[in-house]
Design a binder for this molecule. Structure first.
Ligand code: UDP
Ligand code: MG
Length: 318
């Protein structure tokens, strides 16, 4: 096939129920644009036969390429593999569950042709649970406050990247990949639009509460060392309050000679301070752990199988 103008990268984990419907919808959306396109599916170690479906799709269509991991490595790794496979001048990243409507891709392409290097499709929060949307809104507010990168509410991985933006993302070697932050970090002219949120068609979301919380912590810690600075500030404030309190106690004892029974205050101080110390140690440990992970320089994923046409080394650090 000649050099494609557009590559669509699709990470798939246990998506055998929707993958055919997704593929049909995507092709129907891409064909009228007249672009030469390819679709790169990355099977993230699914256990439900997704890889078989992808093999069949690749056999049936010259537009389809795929790669299959040896186990589940997570969506970030799958996106990275897809971007490494992509040969197009523009690359669209989208989910396989039809929550990212394929009919929006032509609109992204149009903005791309106006010269934008990144086109982001932001979803609104239609149909989402009240608790979850309140929590995510609070999270994004916190992220804006703490992080050096801008991430808008509802901004996900559904986006188009120009070739140079893809190369910029691929040049970031970290193994702890928080793509939303990386996309924002690379910069380039960015355009966006909002679309109406749609529910997953079939299958189930892989994001439980715990996984979301870990993802949130990852996001906060991957971009700067501000939590460490916060620990220093907290320590200083506690020290100053303790000093003030000590002066007050001594002054009281000198002036009135009172002997304050101190059991309650002592316990409160000990427990409170131990908590602060443990949390601070945890923050430091989290950074040390990250250094440890990066220092190992393991590949982000291991490929078990892929189509013959994959031009790039399929795994290993760039
Ligand atoms: N996904 C993946 N690996 C994972 C989890 C998810 O490749 O470990 C893919 C999944 O197949 C889908 C996309 O990432 O195409 C988004 O996943 P999901 O729909 O579960 O997330 P949500 O839409 O709830 O954020
Ligand atoms: Mg989904």
């Amino acid at each position: 096939m000649p050099h494609p103008q557009l590559t669509v990268v699709v990470p798939c984990f246990d998506e055998s129920e929707v993958i055919d419907a997704f593929h049909a919808a995507l092709v129907a959306a891409l064909e009228p644009t007249g672009e030469r396109f390819e679709i790169c599916y990355v099977d993230d170690g699914s256990g439900d036969g997704t890889a078989d479906r992808l093999r069949a799709l690749a056999a049936a269509s010259p537009h389809v390429r795929y790669s299959s991991f040896s186990r589940n490595f997570g969506k970030e790794a799958a996106l990275l593999a897809g971007m490494r496979m992509a040969r197009g001048d523009a690359v669209v990243l989208m989910d396989a569950d039809l929550q990212h409507p394929p009919e929006l891709v032509p609109r992204m392409l149009e903005l791309y042709r106006h010269g934008y290097d990144q086109v982001v499709a932001r979803r609104d929060r239609t149909g989402e649970g009240a608790v979850r949307s309140a929590l995510s809104r609070a999270y994004y507010r916190m992220v804006r406050h703490f992080m050096d990168v801008e991430i808008a509410d509802g901004e996900g991985d559904f986006r188009l990247l120009s070739r140079r933006a893809v190369e910029a993302v691929l040049s970031l070697p970290e193994s702890n990949r928080f793509s939303k932050g990386l996309f924002s970090w690379i910069g380039f002219p960015t355009a966006g639009f909002t679309y109406r949120n749609v529910e997953r068609v079939a299958g189930s979301s892989k994001w439980g509460g715990r996984r979301l919380l870990d993802y949130g912590i990852d996001g906060l810690l991957s971009f700067n060392t501000r939590p460490l600075r916060l620990a220093i500030h907290t320590g200083l404030w506690l020290f100053l309050s303790a000093l003030g309190y000590a002066v007050w106690i001594v002054a009281n004892a000198v002036l009135d000679g009172v002997e304050t029974p101190g059991y309650a205050t002592l316990i409160t101080a000990i427990v409170g301070l131990s908590g602060v110390q443990l949390a601070t140690l945890g923050v430091i440990g989290e950074y040390v752990g990250r250094i440890y992970h990066e220092a190992k320089r393991r590949p982000h994923y291991v490929v078990a199988e892929s189509d013959a046409a994959s031009p790039r080394p399929a795994d290993g650090v760039p």
